[in-house]
Ligand binder design. Structure first.
Ligand SMILES: *Cc1c(COP(=O)(O)O)cnc(C)c1O
Length: 294
């Protein structure tokens, strides 16, 4: 079994003249990294002697799908993934997470509904890794942050990360009770995120703080402001962020300077392989953008 790079490094960055710490979960490993590596860490670390096959479902370009294909390969399991739709273009020209998962041996099937009862030889994983086992790897992430704070005599620290299902933000807040975890809803709206938090934890007092922009935001839509901040982040920090979650994350964070009035740690949750499909779309749509004046 290959070794993963834990703890992931934390670096100092300056963005728009503000100082931030950046937790590089994107660097855990070249294949198994980021948010989904944390969420699926439980399955990597435990033995499943009866399991022969991993089954999951979701979108044909998801980060979870790719990370599960890596997990299955590492474990020697078959991997079957159900989608309700694959775009014709993607089928004809595989790229990004989809291609990488196919290269890892993923068997993709198109079907409307998925069964939830399987024999013992099958490990079934919910869409996006939204499940209790995620707590195991996110707790390890929290412990890395606690150890780093102690080593560097950092007493005050805010944490920021963008959310999809909110599973990561919620469990991080649970294991970092003396820090505030801030997040923003990227996939659904604030009400959706609150429901997700409540389904995992009834006590609202221990939920992360959800921030947002005044304007409504749709997931995976090509906003010029998102592209601009992504380019600017790359120019100023040299770091490639993901194009689905991080642009909104950084826009929301910069719009709330009260958060970074004390030292603030931003969590880079990986997902850059997905840029292979998002970036060409942005480049086509905003080809006249002047990269010298972002
Ligand atoms: C899955 C994912 C998220 C969202 O994580 P949740 O726990 O669902 O909130 C954020 N960023 C990246 C890069 C992801 O892959």
């Amino acid at each position: 079994m290959k070794t993963l790079h834990f703890p992931s490094p934390i670096q100092s960055i300056t963005f728009d003249e503000h100082h931030f710490y950046l937790k590089r979960d994107d660097l855990i490993d070249s294949d198994f990294s980021g948010n989904k590596a944390r969420k699926f860490y439980y399955f990597l670390q435990h033995d499943f002697p009866d399991v022969r096959k991993l089954v999951s479902y979701g979108s044909a370009q998801s980060n979870a799908m790719y990370s599960l294909s890596v997990l299955a390969k590492m474990k020697g399991w078959e991997f079957e993934y159900a989608v309700d739709h694959i775009a014709d273009y993607l089928k004809a020209h595989p790229h990004g997470n989809y291609k990488a998962a196919l290269d890892n041996g993923m068997k993709i099937i198109q079907k409307e509904s998925i069964s939830s009862s399987y024999p013992k030889s099958v490990l079934f994983i919910e869409e996006g890794g939204r499940q209790q086992e995620a707590e195991f790897g996110i707790r390890a992430l929290a412990e890395e942050i606690v150890a780093w704070k102690e080593e560097n005599d950092i007493t005050q620290l805010n944490i920021f990360l963008p959310s999809g299902t909110g599973t990561t933000a919620l469990f991080l807040q649970k294991y970092l009770p003396s820090n505030r975890v801030y997040t923003t809803a990227c996939v659904g709206d604030e009400n959706y995120l609150k429901e997700q938090f409540l389904s995992l934890e009834k006590d609202e007092n221990v939920h992360p703080v959800t921030l947002s922009l005044d304007k409504k935001h749709h997931f995976a839509k090509l906003y010029k402001e998102n592209y601009k901040i992504w380019l600017k982040l790359h120019q100023q920090t040299g770091v490639e962020f993901d194009l689905l979650y991080d642009p909104l994350g950084w826009r929301v964070l910069l719009a709330h300077p009260e958060v970074f009035s004390i030292p603030t740690l931003y969590i880079h949750q990986g997902g850059v392989l997905g840029n292979e499909s998002m970036l060409p779309r942005y480049e086509r749509k905003y080809k006249d953008i002047d990269k010298d004046i972002l």
